[in-house]
Design a protein around this ligand. Structure first.
Ligand code: PMP
Length: 359
């Protein structure tokens, strides 16, 4: 008999929002997209040459184990290759980390507001999100997070620097927090934006994970390395966790083009990090400009700035769009603006100034 209702889907999905990317810049218009924390620079010519060469083998499956990329990362970071697990963007690896640790009845803890994919990847396997509000300074409230740990907590995300506020957790407070976390709870240090940080007190997660089997470090080629379109991220974790990530990975989830472009980018790291330096200078110029206009801007250590606008959020985003820049509004809360090309940053600063003068 043909069912009238169609396949039965898990009721759980009803409560889960579909991930929404930042709106693309309207086609044909001269709008700049400052809504997804992308790198405004295109791939280096050498990386594009590698992409073209790798494309000649598109009729073949990629290297399942990402052997060359894994070896390159392990060598650079000084970790065993068995501790490196690659995936389809770091959001893919975040999803695998949840799948590997948490299911119905389990809790995953994180600060809020933070990366908007966390609630989605937590709820899909049936785990519950426990969101701990940020401090008034827009940073992680690690004491409150430690107090929120229960017998059901299986995983904790610490986004450092935090998306969308740009705030950081420093070494001493992180170590103090980790000392309070039970050893059977996995702590994921999401360091998607670490290359933009210039504060020496912010720890390198790889140093933290070495002595802590319950810590995993999450990184990506999408931001500083400018390969958002190729979807490649990775985790550094001790073997039981890294092995679980290999089990939960979508087979062949990192294309050969992505693997080869990531290796080529690592080998051109110096040039890419010069671009990061230029973006950090631009960021500091944007923050200085906003503060000069009278805005309160939390100190950002990433490639974006956060303006808490409350009820005026959507008006502000609309004004930016009219000025030619697409930003990321979080309705009722605030706006996150990626640092982009200097012309784009100028347009944004002008829109911000105009908005203040009409307040
Ligand atoms: N973590 C954080 C904190 C992010 O902001 C993002 C992207 N917005 C990601 C992970 C995922 O990036 P990707 O999947 O492109 O590696």
């Amino acid at each position: 008999m043909v069912s009238e209702t169609g396949p039965r889907l898990r009721a759980q999905l009803d409560g889960i929002p579909t991930y929404k990317p930042g709106r693309p810049a309207p086609t044909g218009a001269t709008a700049y997209k400052l809504s997804s924390n992308e790198n405004p620079y295109p791939p280096l010519p050498g990386v594009m040459e590698q992409v073209a060469a790798s494309a000649e083998r598109l009729h073949r499956y990629p290297d399942l184990a990402c052997t060359e990329l894994t070896a390159e990362l392990a060598g650079r970071l000084g970790v065993p290759a068995a501790h490196v697990a690659t995936g389809t963007g770091s959001v893919g690896v975040a999803q695998q980390l949840v799948q590997a640790t948490s299911g119905p009845g389990d809790e995953v803890l994180y600060a809020w507001r933070s990366f908007e994919a966390y609630p989605i990847v937590v709820q899909i396997p049936g785990a519950a999100s426990v969101q701990v509000p940020l401090t008034p300074g827009e940073g992680h409230d690690l004491d409150a997070m430690a107090a929120a740990i229960t017998d059901r907590t299986r995983l904790i995300f610490v986004c450092n620097p935090n998306n969308p506020t740009g705030t950081v957790v420093r070494r001493a407070e992180l170590e103090r927090f980790l000392d309070k976390v039970p050893s059977d709870v996995l702590v994921v240090l999401d360091e998607a934006y670490r290359e933009f940080n210039r504060d020496a007190e912010v720890p390198d997660g790889v140093e933290i994970y070495r002595d802590r089997p319950n810590v995993a470090v999450l990184r990506t080629f999408s931001k500083a390395y400018g390969l958002a379109g190729l979807r490649v991220g990775f985790a550094i974790a001790h073997e039981p966790v890294a092995d679980a990530l290999r089990k939960t990975a979508v087979p062949f989830g990192v294309s050969q083009i992505a693997q080869d472009a990531a290796v080529a980018s690592l080998r051109s790291e110096e040039q890419l990090l010069l671009r990061v330096d230029a973006l950090v200078k631009e960021r500091d110029r944007v923050v200085g400009g906003l503060r000069g206009q009278g805005w309160t801007v939390p100190e950002t250590h990433a490639n974006f700035v956060w303006l808490r606008l409350g009820e005026r959020t959507l008006d502000f985003a609309a004004r930016c769009e009219r000025a030619g820049v697409v930003v990321r509004p979080f309705a009722g809360e605030g706006v996150r603006v990626t640092v982009g090309e200097s012309e784009a940053n100028d347009l944004f600063l002008r829109a911000a100034e105009e908005f203040r003068t009409v307040l």
